[in-house]
Design a protein. Structure first.
Length: 307
């Protein structure tokens, strides 16, 4: 960064800090007031809404169905966070700007700030330079999603203890839904244990790790990477070796790489190759919310690996 850019960045940061300090300090939650929650992205907001119900007002910073790895907050994103009683971010390398750009730029007195991945075991990823060797996609598995949701429940009741009983009732319902779905994943994917599923984006490591599968992706943890020709050829050879002719792609991203794999596989083997959806759950799609997409992923994994 040159000297002029540094001066401009410093000036912007000074304006942000000066502006947000003019806001009144957040007061402890009182009785019937609505708890204001800001979440970095959709899955965290979904859990907060399910637990908080009518007693919370939840907003997200990253727009729905937007690539999360490369997103950065604007001036307005930072200033509107100042009004929040509870700020939730994932951590684990997914949204580092929350700590460096947002939290350091606002008055945090009276606020609860939650890193939702706290205390959760992180598995190794494939993009070590960007994520420090860990996979941040904790929400794609109902098991690790349950851990995230429990952290959010604890933060909400800590911020608004007067409504603990209400939040607990909602939490128990969400807990039961995620626990039941985790058990269903375990039971219904058991016949596929040891099998490899092939994706265009290596974002499903927690699913593979929990349910005894192997994941092989065209690109690593960040969906905006560009695969090399040799990587495409490697995936094709591996799929032929495994006699696997299903490619998974998230519908919010381009299926360009999936189509490349399909063309190569069909050309080399003459086999019919299917492209199936595996949702990353970055926002509602059609009639499917977070939970609906989680259920659809189970059905599509069964279709590609068992049926």
């Amino acid at each position: 960064m040159n000297r002029k850019s540094i001066i401009i960045a410093a000036a912007i940061l000074t304006i942000v800090i000066g502006t947000v300090l003019l806001y009144p300090k957040t007061q402890p939650q009182q009785g019937n007031e609505t708890l204001k929650i800001t979440a970095s992205f959709y899955p965290l907001a979904y859990f907060a809404e399910q637990i908080g119900g009518e007693k919370v007002q939840v907003s997200t910073l990253i727009p729905y169905n937007t690539e999360a790895h490369s997103w950065q907050p604007s001036f307005s994103d930072i200033t509107k966070t100042q009004d929040s009683d509870l700020i939730i971010y994932l951590g684990a390398g997914l949204d580092p700007w929350m700590e460096t750009n947002v939290i350091k730029s606002i008055n945090t007195e009276g606020k609860t700030i939650l890193k939702a991945s706290a205390g959760i075991h992180l598995i190794n990823g494939t993009d070590e330079d960007e994520h420090g060797g860990t996979d941040p996609h904790l929400w794609v598995s109902p098991y690790t999603a349950l851990n995230i949701a429990e952290n959010i429940y604890n933060a909400i009741k800590e911020t608004d203890p007067e409504n603990t009983e209400y939040y607990q009732q909602n939490w128990e319902q969400l807990k039961e839904a995620l626990t039941s779905l985790d058990q269903k994943y375990q039971t219904e994917l058991q016949p596929a244990q040891g099998k490899t599923f092939f994706t265009t984006h290596s974002a499903y490591g927690y699913v593979a790790n929990r349910y005894g599968l192997e994941q092989h992706g065209v690109i690593g943890l960040s969906a905006d990477e560009q695969p090399s020709t040799s990587k495409i050829a490697e995936i094709v050879d591996q799929m032929i070796k495994d006699q696997s002719y299903v490619i998974y792609v998230d519908p919010i991203y381009s299926d360009e790489y999936a189509q490349m794999l399909k063309t190569e596989l069909t050309s080399k083997t003459g086999k019919n190759v299917d492209i199936l959806q595996l949702y990353l759950m970055l926002g509602p799609l059609g009639e499917l919310d977070y939970m609906g997409q989680l259920k659809a992923n189970l059905n599509n994994l069964k279709q590609g690996l068992i049926n």
